[in-house]
Write a protein that binds this ligand. Structure first.
Ligand code: UD1
Length: 425
């Protein structure tokens, strides 16, 4: 496991480009499995989860090729009824996104239950229920799920919760189903619109992504296409928060400002100057932020993936703030680590109460998961003295060129490979 060493206290200044979106790219790679020929994705982020998804597709018989400049080609012609290795599947939650495409393409899938960040119970019942309504017969054995179907049938599905992953899997399966599928109470995240745009370019007939009702008319086959992955709103938001946390002045470019409306509103509320342009957002912060109440919600609410990074900002705010997590059951594992850095935070159920302190101090901490790890990086950037963040691999799953981007903004940050954990007496 590698560590990140950060010397805190430097204001971040300058411009940073938002990379392609992890949470869209992984799904578009999985969808490429449904094409009749090679699909090409551009603006692909350089992150470990993308590498894992490519390995997963290869284990199913596809060929993938990585080209310079963020380009990946997926040739799905060799895909067959193979089972991906369990260690790959358990490495990330997004492995579950092969369910819909594989059932649509070959009427069969067998895989271990997916893993991913330890952020609470993450069942896949909504995925399975929806696919079963389309005719899939599922069996479960020894931690594996096996699905079979002769011909997917279009149907009406009402999701109990607007799950992003379930909406995406059902949309994918519906593209090659017989007849019309309507998904109600669908997730409205921008990544779902990206999926619709990609599938439509492949020849699918879909309407409604971005609203709570998606209608898909099944087609016989999907063709090949070339497609640019949308910008990553969570990485963009993290750099906006890095500006605020370090009382800096950062412009995030090549992004879609509308995708971070909820964050922009909250940053303005706590006293940041936020200047929104057509495809960039500048955040300037001179002083300690004021208190705020954050409640994570499905899009267009405040994103759960920015809950922890925003808490890092509020840790040195004035007054008392609250952060309530409404999407996942356990997403406060980073709190103990922030407390080691001097933060005053208590957690009661779904809510963290943050009593702002003037300064955090550098400490050795452990990244508990992807977004919690990002929160610790932000805290370390503003803390007095040096911090070491262990198990930084969690963060590398979702942040493209983090060290290079932060260094270009003036941070003192470096990777240390295989740093042994210090043993205290
Ligand atoms: C995706 C994102 C993740 C983000 C989340 C919410 C990817 C790879 N990950 O995760 O970064 O935090 O959306 O914006 O895109 N649920 C069920 N049953 C199901 C499915 C979900 O109970 O079958 C629950 C989950 O446990 C969770 C909530 O619904 O409490 C939201 O999950 P979901 O929207 O599905 O998130 P993911 O697609 O896993």
């Amino acid at each position: 496991m590698n560590s990140l060493r950060i010397s805190g206290g430097r204001r971040l200044l300058g411009r940073v480009k938002a990379p392609g979106a992890k949470n869209s790219c992984l799904k578009l790679l999985a969808l490429s499995a449904m094409a009749s020929d090679t699909c090409t994705l551009t603006n692909v982020p350089e992150i470990t989860d993308v590498h894992t998804m490519c390995q997963l597709l290869e284990s199913l018989g596809a060929s993938t090729a990585k080209r310079p400049g963020g380009v990946i080609e997926v040739d799905p012609k060799g895909i067959g009824p193979l089972e991906p290795p369990e260690d790959l599947v358990r490495r990330m939650r997004a492995s579950v996104q092969i369910l819909g495409p594989m059932l649509a393409k070959q009427g069969y899938v067998r895989m271990a239950f997916p893993g991913g960040c330890p952020i609470g119970s993450r069942p896949i019942d909504l995925h399975l229920k929806g696919l079963a309504a389309m005719g899939v017969r599922f069996t479960e054995e020894h931690g594996h799920i096996c699905g079979r179907v002769d011909q997917l049938q279009g149907t009406d599905i009402h999701l109990d919760f607007p799950s992003v992953g379930a909406t995406e899997n059902l949309m994918a399966a519906a593209c090659l189903a017989k007849g019309v599928t309507t998904i109600r109470n669908a997730a409205r995240e921008p990544e779902i619109i990206d999926q619709q745009n990609f599938l439509v370019r492949m020849g699918a007939q879909i309407r409604g992504a971005g609203t709570d009702t998606i209608r898909v008319v099944g087609v016989e086959a999907l063709g090949a296409t070339t497609y640019p992955v949308m910008p990553d709103r969570i990485q963009a938001g993290t750099y906006m928060l890095a500006a605020a946390v370090t009382r800096g002045d950062v412009t995030v470019t090549d992004m879609v400002p509308e995708h971070v409306d909820a964050l922009v509103a909250k940053l303005a509320e706590v006293g940041a100057a936020v200047i929104v342009s057509e495809d960039s957002v500048r955040v300037v912060m001179g002083d300690r932020p004021g208190p705020a109440s954050i409640k994570s919600m499905p899009y267009p609410g405040f994103p759960t993936d920015l809950q922890a990074p925003f808490a890092a900002l509020l840790a040195t705010g004035r007054g008392t703030s609250t952060v309530t997590e409404n999407v996942f059951t356990s997403r406060f594992r980073y709190v103990d680590e922030l407390v080691r850095m001097g933060a005053q935070i208590t957690v009661d159920g779904r809510t963290a109460v943050i009593r702002g302190v003037p300064k955090l101090t550098g400490a050795r901490v452990v990244a508990p998961d992807l977004r919690g790890g990002a929160a610790l990086v932000l805290a370390a950037l503003m803390a007095d003295g040096e911090s070491v963040i262990d198990e930084i691999e969690h963060v590398a799953r979702g942040y493209d060129g983090l060290v290079e981007r932060l260094t270009a903004l003036g941070a003192d940050v470096r990777i240390e490979e295989g740093l042994e954990l210090a043993v205290s007496g």
